[in-house]
Design a protein. Structure first.
Length: 148
């Protein structure tokens, strides 16, 4: 008998009913997925807020290093959180609430990082800065939306 269970005996009209109280199972993978997602959201918010300190001499090197470190580590943590969320959702006889929430958060963060990667690639090719906005401007001018 494990340490988490207790035996109780009920006497009802001379009969003995034995039943065992078992502690509910925990979904550690789902909990970790949820925590990883929240930590990355907090790190991204801190990275956005820390850009305000980039103009202070002396702090700009430290803040720039931290932002770069977060941007390298965060996608790895999001992928691990995504995998843990899938494991947490597929586990049997375990609560799935935090696993589902962690999976949703990590899917949104994965889409966010994929969008950032696509934008970075397009910016490196020079398409985002010139092509998209020039094409949009030509489209608006062609349809006489800019010149009333």
């Amino acid at each position: 008998m494990d340490n988490n269970s207790q035996n109780y005996n009920n006497y009802y009209y001379g009969e003995v009913y034995n039943y065992e109280v078992v502690a509910p199972k925990k979904n550690i993978c789902g909990l970790l997925s949820f925590i990883f997602g929240l930590v990355i959201i907090v790190f991204n918010l801190c990275a956005c807020m820390s850009s305000l300190f980039l103009f202070i001499p002396g702090l700009n090197v430290i803040v720039g290093f931290l932002i770069g470190f977060i941007n390298i580590i965060a996608p790895i943590v999001v992928i691990v959180g995504f995998i843990l969320g899938i494991i947490g959702v597929t586990r049997k006889n375990c609560p799935k609430g935090l696993a589902i929430a962690g999976l949703i958060i990590n899917i949104i963060l994965l889409l966010y990082y994929l969008l950032l990667i696509v934008i970075a690639i397009l910016a490196a090719l020079g398409i985002v800065t010139t092509g998209v906005f020039a094409g949009l401007s030509q489209y608006l001018q062609y349809n006489n939306l800019l010149n009333h």
